[in-house]
Structure formats: structure tokens, C-alpha cells
Design a protein around this ligand. Structure first.
Ligand SMILES: [Zn+2]
Length: 164
């Protein structure tokens, strides 16, 4: 079967707020009174992006590569997850195109941190920051996210190239 010269992928992730944890989004620590509970560092933006990449390649999701039951994944730096996603992308014969992501949270304000996130993520993914879109919105007070229970992120990505 003939493969495509480009593919799209989509990723979604959500984590609940918990006490006594740093809030890390897009590899950047954001001052806040709560962080995101997770086996890893809880960086839902990076997780959504990684799943978008894995999805574009037709691979299994993040939990397959970094199982919750694996003690070595405890407190895992999500930049390692992005490194793995990039590695899989390249070893499957593709290169990353552009990525677009949306963070959904009532608080804290994300806008002031977007440029830092773009700098960190584009370095981890080895793409130009201009190929990375990061936006933030609230959930208008609706549902769990609207109640401030946690943060969600969506991401889409394009991968390009001839498969090996
Ligand atoms: Zn996650």
C-alpha cells in the first residue's frame, strides 16, 4: 500500500490539579498555587503534542511508550516524551511539519508564558518556533475545567516526508 507524503495527527490530554506540585506546561514552570497531578510531571500540553505526533505516525499513544506502572516514569520530564515522539517520527521516515495547540484552563493566565513555552518546545522538537502555535482559552466556567479542577490541552501536527 502506498503511504502518504504527509500525515496529520491529533492529541488530547487532561490532568487534575493537585496540591504541592509545580505547574509545568510546555516545559515551563508557571507560578501557581497548584500543579497538575500525574505519574509524570503532568505537562498536559507536551503530552497532547506527543500524542498528536504518535497519532500522525499511526502508532500507539503515550501510555504505550511510557506506562504509568513503570516506576522509571515517575516524575518523568515530559521533554523526554517529546524526544521519543521526535525520534519515532524520524525513524519512521518523517520530519515534523507544524504543530498547533490549545490549552484550556480558567487559571492561571497562560498568555504571558506562551513565548517561553514556544522557545522550550521548539528546541525539544527541533523545529522553528514559527512552526509552533500555542493558544489558550477558558472553558467559560462550564464543567470540570470550568470549575478549575484541572487543565486540558489539544494539539494537531503535520508530519512530512517519504516513509522508509
Ligand atoms: Zn498527561
Amino acid at each position: 500500500m502506498k503511504d502518504l507524503p504527509f500525515r496529520i495527527g491529533h492529541g488530547y490530554d487532561i490532568h487534575r490539579f493537585g496540591p504541592k506540585r509545580p505547574l509545568i506546561l510546555g516545559g515551563v514552570e508557571i507560578p501557581h498555587n497548584r500543579g497538575l497531578e500525574a505519574h509524570s510531571d503532568g505537562d498536559c500540553l507536551s503530552h497532547a503534542i506527543a500524542d498528536a505526533i504518535f497519532g500522525a505516525l499511526g502508532l500507539a499513544d503515550i501510555g504505550h511508550f511510557f506506562p504509568n506502572e513503570d516506576p522509571s516514569c515517575k516524575g518523568l520530564d515530559s521533554m523526554k516524551i517529546l524526544e521519543k515522539a521526535l525520534q519515532e517520527c524520524n525513524s519512521n521516515g518523517y520530519s515534523l511539519g507544524n504543530i498547533d495547540a490549545t490549552i484550556v484552563t480558567e487559571s492561571p493566565k497562560i498568555g504571558p508564558h506562551i513565548q517561553s513555552m514556544k522557545a522550550v518546545l521548539s528546541k525539544a522538537l527541533d523545529i522553528s518556533p514559527s512552526l509552533l502555535g500555542i493558544k489558550a482559552t477558558t472553558n467559560e466556567g462550564i464543567g470540570g475545567i470550568g470549575n478549575g479542577d484541572g487543565i486540558a490541552a489539544f494539539a494537531v501536527c503535520l508530519v512530512l516526508g517519504e516513509p522508509t
